[in-house]
Design a protein around this ligand. Sequence first.
Ligand code: NI
Length: 193
Amino acid sequence: MTVLPLVIAPDPILQQISAPVDVVDDAVRATLDDMLDTMYRSRGIGLAAVQIGVLKRLIVVDVHWREEEAGTRKPLKLINAEILSDSEEESAYNEGCLSFPDQFSEVVRPAYVKVGYLDENGKKQVLEADGLLATCIQHEIDHTNGINFVDHISRLKREMIIKKLVKGKKLGLFDHDDHHHDHDHAHGEHCNH
Ligand code: NI
């Protein structure tokens, strides 16, 4: 188990496009496990490899787990995930991101997506998702394309968020990898990716 430091915005790596994975090997599986450890530790529901500084198209998601129910973990590991189709119907969700600590904003996305990906054995899979899972997977696939949730909101709001993070970095607020434990994110409407 390895909890890795998170890349915190603003950081140019978060705008970079991640490379597809050619071979699903033990190194890829180890990275996915480290990503899950890091995500659970930070109480997130999704994480893309770029957020630990690895520019590979790797995503982990678990929208079901709650800290007080350790047995409820249902991790999803997606390699080279891409959206095959989505719905015209949209849904709005108050999104957060582990790379944008304590910042939240409503983002509107398709309510349903069909996603193709490789599982950790390198086998092709197709997943259909709606609700929070659809939101989370789209948020994570965005990360692999260098897009962050703040790119979906108004420039004014985005600039305000970045300003706060720049200030927070100067003050050293994000220097401890466990800073998320200082806050109560138990209420369901706030979920970090
Ligand atoms: Ni995120």
